[in-house]
Design a protein around this ligand. Structure first.
Ligand code: CP
Length: 308
């Protein structure tokens, strides 16, 4: 079975298949309402989530299926010391596919080796978050297009798993990627190396200031400083509050700029931006449902495209 662990495994054709299917679902959601009646999706969230967990649940229910939910670490036998390998082996007997979020980088790869049903990585520590990337790409395609794209990706690029997944996926497209962060939160060096090695049209630049790139951007992707990943709270305090945007910042932007954020935000985007033409972050979160419906439909259908 197909597991989705990182965005590195996705080709341009794979991405376009999911996005096209999501667009078809958005145009006619009723057409797929009973397609997966009786299908059960296992939710294993070892870390907090609002969007990812609830949009997966909404997606499978809108396809006619349902969820079985492990619940929180506190209320499950994880609390008694059960290993991740044992937990996924048990829940694969209850569900047709598994969605896993876990604080440890690499956990989804490890867990996928113990199960035969599709396992979808819903975030592994500071590693990857590939289904977020698919909804990000859908939102970019709708607002700015994926070719001849200039994108700024700003904030916590070190610990931000949505950034790592998005950066790899964008190497499939003609995208110039400008990474804006304090020096201490730059992209991991191996990610930068991989992006340069990708042999695509990707052009990668790193900056400490947004000012120098803002006017050239089609999309500005803002991220939260991932406080929970810092080994030292003092280190967090040194960078917290940097790289905020508000109406004043955006005065220097191109009129067509699309501002995105995977959410949750803390204070990186001032609320005054929400009602401007720039803001696409709530639309982005809503796109998580149709994109995850498309992905589940493709993974759970025999042969993946039995209706065409
Ligand atoms: N964007 C995202 O992954 O949000 P949650 O942590 O709420 O799932």
């Amino acid at each position: 079975h197909d597991h989705l662990i990182t965005s590195k495994q996705l080709s341009r054709a794979d991405i376009e298949t999911v996005l096209d299917r999501a667009a078809a679902i958005d145009a006619d959601p009723a057409a797929v309402a009973d397609r997966h009646a009786g299908t059960l999706l296992g939710l294993l969230f070892f870390e907090p989530s609002t969007r990812t967990k609830m949009s997966f649940e909404t997606a499978i229910k809108r396809l006619g299926g349902d969820v079985v939910d492990m619940g929180s670490v506190e209320s499950s036998s994880v609390k008694k010391g059960e290993t991740l390998a044992d937990t996924v082996r048990v829940i694969e007997g209850y569900a047709d596919a598994l969605v896993l979020r876990h604080p440890k980088q690499g956990s989804a790869t490890m867990a996928s080796e113990f199960v035969d049903v599709p396992l979808l990585n819903a975030g592994d520590g500071a590693g990857h978050h590939p289904t977020q990337t698919l909804l990000d790409l859908y939102t970019i395609r709708e607002n700015a297009g994926l070719d001849d794209l200039t994108i700024g990706i700003m904030g916590d690029l070190k610990y931000g798993r949505t950034v790592h997944s998005l950066a790899y996926a964008l190497t499939n497209f003609d995208a110039r990627q400008h990474f804006v962060s304090p020096e201490s939160l730059q992209l991991p060096r191996e990610v930068v190396y991989d992006l340069h090695q990708s042999g695509s049209d990707a052009q990668v630049r790193e900056h400490e200031s947004l000012e120098e790139v803002l006017p050239s951007l089609d999309v500005l992707y803002v991220t939260r400083i991932q406080r929970e990943r810092f080994p030292d709270e003092n280190e967090y305090q040194q960078v917290a509050g940097e790289y905020r945007i508000d109406s004043e910042t955006l005065a220097a932007a191109n009129d067509d700029l699309t501002v995105m954020h995977p959410l949750p935000r803390v204070d990186e985007i001032a609320p005054e931006v929400d009602d401007t033409e720039y803001a696409a972050y709530f639309e982005q979160a809503h796109n998580g449902v149709s994109v995850r419906m498309a992905l589940l439909d493709l993974l759970l259908s025999d042969g993946g495209d039995d209706d065409e």
